[in-house]
Design a protein around this ligand. Sequence first.
Ligand code: SNW
Length: 287
Amino acid sequence: MKKKNLRPAGIAAAALAAVLALSGCGSTSAASSTENNPYGLIQPGTIRVASLGDSKPYTFADASGNFTGFDVELFKDVAHRAGVDNVVFTGQDFSGLLAAVANGQFDAGVAAIGITDKRKETVDFSDGYLAGYLTVITTKTSGITNVDGLAGKRLGVVQGTLQEAYAVKNFTSASLVRFPDNNTAIAAVNSGTVDAHFLDYEAAKAYEDQHGLVSAADIPSFDAPAGFAVAKGKTAFKEALNKGLAAAMEDGTWKKLYQKWFPGSPMPKQYLPKAEQTASASPAPSK
Ligand code: SNW
């Protein structure tokens, strides 16, 4: 403002415009922020999601650049139940994803993100929707057939993942090589720059199929089920997502998506409709 050399009339007009803009924001927006934007979205009616382009089959960009996968379709279904059909996914490096949600660049983070106490210092999470394994993937000829085989080897991890934290703690005799994303790490496995890569189970399976790689170890990560990340304090948004998630599980949508994206993987019970959980836990007596 100071630099602009406005004539008095210009100043008056600018001041008036500013006052009008402020008063416009004042009285109507307090009401409209809850009426038209109950979830506190960046742009009312649109959910902007930070995701990953190369974590197939959880989240990935297809040949035409559209985001799809289990997490993507589940989130869209849940968003629809929460009344929002316009969901825009953007690929990020995993290491910056939670910070980007926390600082308001995105409304949500969706990328098989395990819920941990550490991450809860940065963001809030929805209820969990997936609990599986972390997998060490390698070539058929590396000679690595279990975690002991990692001693003295170069192991890739994507920066900021649970795999990185787990490897730092448990694979102390391996040399860790940090990558920004899975595609780069898998390229390094294929070229022999690293001996193995440590990533999520279903993504590992997809790369195994694509490149003829093999799993050397599957490590349970059931204590950190994946959840949708939202900025802290967006309680109405989080509650709406939780309500939608519960409904998607109860009416079989979650199961349908699981079977579509993870064919052949063992079906976990905890996210199935309640009737099916009970049915398998204790079969109903025949009449
Ligand atoms: O903790 C697991 C969870 O049990 C399920 O198997 C889905 O993946 C996890 O959330 C772990 N995912 C990693 C993480 O949260 C890597 C995420 C990614 O590469 N997109 O750090």
